[in-house]
Design a protein. Structure first.
Lengths: 476, 476
């Protein structure tokens, strides 16, 4: 066995060459992104069939790997970084974040506790505090990064369980805890209740008003009824920017109720919270000063690639009480400024996620970020105007942010056919939802590169698909 | 608002320049890694104090960000990529993985379900199947990537809960479920029980033998006793490569018991499972063919940066039943090859993690990987020999893999002083554990760059620190 197997000079220079080639590849990819179809033209199994059944016995050269990346992997990629990606919530792997991820992978430092990487522990606090200030959230909010909003919200509900029953971690979950959220809330809230042992039957989905916002009076009624049946209401999840329509629950009124019944209030602002970076949108988080936790995903609308979910709580001690479990081999030093993030959740290993976020926050700055967010909201309002003016289309929800829900005034089948036709073009990718029992089209603007041109093109494709559909119907 | 705000040519070329500079920086960092102290010489708060209290209003240039990265962030990094990193479990951000992460961040594709990125869904299946074959695991094991072993094991225990009580997701967690694991198992198992609503008091920590392996006869006794008290044993977690000593639970005997009582058997092989890439180590997974799930972390010993935990289960349908929020009767007639990984766990968003793993598997190949793993095991055995031969030191556990547990034949205080002195050198970083009530030193070899030179240096530093300690004691 040679003393210096790796890293040898050859290993380093091999990386340097391939690294430069990869940077150039990324630059060309981003410069020519509109030439790719947003949705890949592959069938299930194509990629699996194109790769060998087993890994190679001998190591391969970068040239071969990168060639296969382009020939086999890339054709199966859905291009979330395409400016025509208008589905779900738009998001972006911006270039400063790519640099951050390169460095993070090269350092491979791991933040189990403070000492295992002070940089991870402290840059996470710095970036989340910067972001908190941008959104105008109170300074008693303590930030922590999880991978996804689903995992963030699960931790919020776990902290709520701990607040309601400090014996939960020892004795298991009480059978009578009840969680409240709106019927428009994200499925991750129900999934949190499943995971934590609360059970789906203990989740109350409160009805919404005609603008898809939770109705506080129904929330209060449900709580009173559950208490009178001997159950224990312990948590309310309000949403700022629901997944279908981006509707905004009345957080202040919900906070009144949550506080009155001593319940944990979690705000799911995974998508829309970022809008509060613009002062004229900070009203959306009004009531957060009386909430217990909030989640906002920079990997949605803040030009940060997946995964980076920013979770904030005003009660970090309760979260830590719920999860801390320190064995001797991990016992760290005690210093109040040396935060050990492993005490605040399920994962022990911790990537250096804040590094890419720090790059993004500094590269764009507050005003650059505001300009981008406002441009997306403007584009959505413009699109909404086109829908409103068109005799054959109707808008089916308000447009508080950068998402428009609308439909062709025809059958669900018509709308299904339209979206399929539009998505087949490869130029744009829209997704759909269901509202009031109807199939609804949805355009979501959030990619760094999306411009008026892309939105106009989407609208033209939609109108064309609708016109073609009429022709087909008339002919048949 | 200009039509072409971004990506403009300027944005792309700005990235290209900074990207090339960053590749060169990484190459130099890795080439000169031994010049950095493994543990950073910072105090809690240093990094936070060195950065501005708020994010910038205007965007900044890459030069300024990269300069601060070097001046402020880097000095607070614990260098897990240093060949002298001999703490916890060694791990590596190898260069093929850095390329994979660059591309993954640039594509920013997100695998919610198959269509949102066929490449994510299918490359995950390909790479985990390749890895499964390397370890000699049966082909009925279905692979899925989670971020960390803690999260993988939590999903295993959730599937176990589902198997024991298919009503759990609806009604919440039964109060009488009992989980069994050894007193040497990782804290994440107990944390899973806390999270899932099972409760710490329903975790039985079975005693170990003098080689730190779970004692199957005590497991059986505990199960029988719990059944007779009306409790429901539902899950056993065996460990192959425990965190303190890398001991190997007798999986086959444990599988006999788990199967007899219809319990889910999960194998935590987060660290040591990778050794099975070498055929002479595949015996460690004997019994896995009768287990229900297993976790192995490529981000530990397989030269893949955090995070990438490979979870395998022979019962993916049970896992899906536990977590899918699309009721089975509504599930559309789908292509069985179009896997939707979101149905198998808590997170909905999914990074393109398999890409870096695919780069790693191909770059090293099976024989390259075997050579590295064997070299680490050889180095550990050599180190163990030095300890055994030294009159003032003693080894306190067998060395089946690449970790040696040992101590100076003195007080706990002596050993504490020795490790502190050694770690202050900046040349190596060791961690400690507790065994049989004693403070124990631990050397863990697993970094790509660790050579005989590093291990010899560690041993010299340890001996020197012990000798100095004797002098100090004699003088005082």
């Amino acid at each position: 066995m040679p003393d210096e197997l790796l890293p040898s000079r050859e290993y380093i220079e091999d990386f340097r060459r391939a690294g430069h080639a990869t940077v150039d590849w990324i630059a060309e990819y981003l410069a020519n992104i509109r030439e790719y179809p947003v949705l890949p033209r592959v069938s299930p199994g194509d990629l699996m069939d194109a790769l060998p059944a087993s890994a190679p016995d001998s190591g391969e050269a970068y040239d071969a790997i990168l060639r296969d990346f382009e020939a086999v992997v890339l054709p199966a990629v859905t291009h979330w970084n395409h400016p025509g990606f208008l589905a779900y919530f738009g998001c972006t792997g911006s270039t400063p974040a790519v640099l951050g991820e390169m460095l993070s992978a090269a350092l491979n430092t791991n933040g189990l506790h403070w000492k295992t990487s002070p940089a991870i522990a402290e840059l996470e606090r710095v970036t989340l505090d910067w972001f908190r200030q941008w959104m105008g959230l109170p300074d008693d909010y303590f930030g922590i990064i999880y991978d996804t909003a689903s995992v963030s919200s699960m931790h919020a509900v776990a902290a709520a369980r701990e607040m309601a029953d400090p014996e939960a971690r020892t004795n298991g979950c009480l059978p009578n805890l009840v969680l409240y959220t709106s019927e428009q809330s994200h499925s991750s809230i129900e999934k949190a209740a499943i995971t934590l042992g609360i059970g789906q039957r203990n989740v109350r989905k409160i009805s919404v008003d005609d603008q898809f916002r939770m109705r506080p009076e129904l929330l209060r009624q449900a709580i009173i009824q559950d208490i009178s049946s001997g159950r224990k209401p312990f948590c309310v999840v309000a949403t700022v920017g629901t997944t279908s329509t981006t509707s905004i629950d009345p957080v202040s009124e919900i906070a009144d109720i949550a506080n009155a019944y001593n319940m944990w209030l979690h705000i799911d602002a995974a998508y829309a919270g970022s809008a509060a970076v613009c002062p004229e949108y900070q009203w959306i988080l009004k009531g957060a000063e009386r909430a217990h936790s909030i989640v906002v995903n920079p990997h949605k609308w803040l030009f940060t690639p997946v995964d980076l979910s920013a979770f904030y709580t005003r009660y970090p001690d309760i979260l830590r009480r719920a999860f801390s479990l320190v064995p001797e081999y991990l016992r760290p030093q005690e210093d109040p400024r040396a935060i050990n993030y492993m005490d605040y959740g399920v994962p022990l290993g911790r990537r250096f996620r804040s590094l890419k976020f720090w790059f993004v926050l500094r590269y764009f700055g507050r005003t650059g970020m505001q300009k981008l967010l406002r441009s997306h909201i403007e584009l959505a309002k413009e699109f909404a105007g086109w829908v409103d003016e068109h005799p054959d289309f109707e808008r089916v929800a308000p447009v508080p942010f950068s998402v428009v829900c609308f439909r062709y005034k025809g059958s669900d089948e018509d709308n299904r056919a339209i979206i399929e036709r539009v998505n087949e073009s490869g130029r744009v990718f829209l997704s759909h939802t269901a509202l009031n029992g109807q199939f609804v089209l949805r355009i979501a603007i959030g990619n760094l590169g999306t411009t008026a041109k892309d939105v106009r093109e989407a609208w033209a494709l939609i109108q064309q698909a609708a016109a073609d559909r009429v022709q087909v119907s008339e002919r048949s």
